[in-house]
Each structure stands twice: as C-alpha cells, then as structure tokens.
Design a protein around this ligand. Structure first.
Ligand SMILES: [Fe+2]
Ligand SMILES: [Fe+2]
Length: 151
C-alpha cells in the first residue's frame, strides 16, 4: 500500500508543519511597528492553514498504520525563522518564512515522488494539494519581500 519512505516523509512534513505553527505564532506576537501589521495578519491566517496541513498529514499516517511524532522525537530545523533580536526587523521574518516555505515545497515534492513510486495515489493527491498551498504562501511572501526591501 505504501512505503517506509512515504511514512518517513509524512512524519517529517508533520513535524515541520508544527514547527512552522510555533514560529509563525511567535513572530506574529514578537514583531512591532506599523510596518509589521500586514505581516502579522498574514502569519496568523497561515497558522490556521499549516495546522490544517498537520491534521491532514497526521490522519493520513494513521490510515497507513503509522503515527505522527510527539515532541520527544522533535528536531528543530528552522534556524532562520527564530524571532529577530530587533522586533521591528520585518524583513528578517519574511526571509525566514520564505526559507520555511521553500523547505515545505521540497518535502512535498519528495513526497509526491515517493508516493507515486509506492503506488499510493491518496498520499500523492494530499501532497499535491498541500504543495499548492505552500506555493501560494511563498508567492505572497515573495511579494512582501519585494515591498519591504524597497522601503
Ligand atoms: Fe503547510
Ligand atoms: Fe506554508
């Protein structure tokens, strides 16, 4: 039905989604200033989407007879998305978000390939759907990057 590689990638994706929720939430709180308002609002909206991704991935793991990881197995990867020392440094957060979205895009692309190879069209379909969301997030934050680096 599916492969170890599919399960491993689903578990990685789940963990990354949860880390993304934590860092988007933290940065949405930490950032200060008028220029940060739009970014904070966008982060808050994305938190709900990323949480939805984690839920869907966790349910798929369960359907495959596996489990999503708990915090004991958690490995932090999002170095560039840590809250900036200068709480008005909006651009640092935007760039961290872009790194996180790039990482997610890479993982979902790998998952699509692995699921296709394992002849698991349900996981493949889920990965394609989530990949589309991550690409939309990346486009939105590329726009913010352009805007904020011109200021
Ligand atoms: Fe996501
Ligand atoms: Fe995303």
């Amino acid at each position: 039905m599916s492969s170890d590689r599919v399960v491993d990638l689903l578990r990685k994706a789940y963990s990354d989604e949860i880390e993304t929720v934590m860092n988007y939430q933290t940065n949405a709180i930490v950032l200060d200033g008028v220029r940060a308002e739009e970014i904070k609002e966008s982060l808050r909206a994305d938190i709900q989407e990323e949480l939805g991704h984690a839920e869907q991935i966790g349910q798929r793991l369960k359907q495959l007879g596996a489990q999503p990881p708990g915090s004991g197995e958690f490995v932090a990867r999002q170095d560039s998305l840590q809250p900036p020392e200068d709480s008005t440094d909006v651009l640092a957060v935007i760039r961290g978000v872009l790194d996180a979205e790039e990482g997610a895009i890479e993982t979902y692309r790998d998952l699509i390939d692995a699921a296709e190879e394992a002849e698991d069209p349900v996981t493949e379909d889920l990965a394609v759907t989530i990949l589309a969301d991550e690409e939309a997030h990346r486009t939105e934050f590329r726009g913010f990057e352009k805007e904020y680096q011109n200021e």
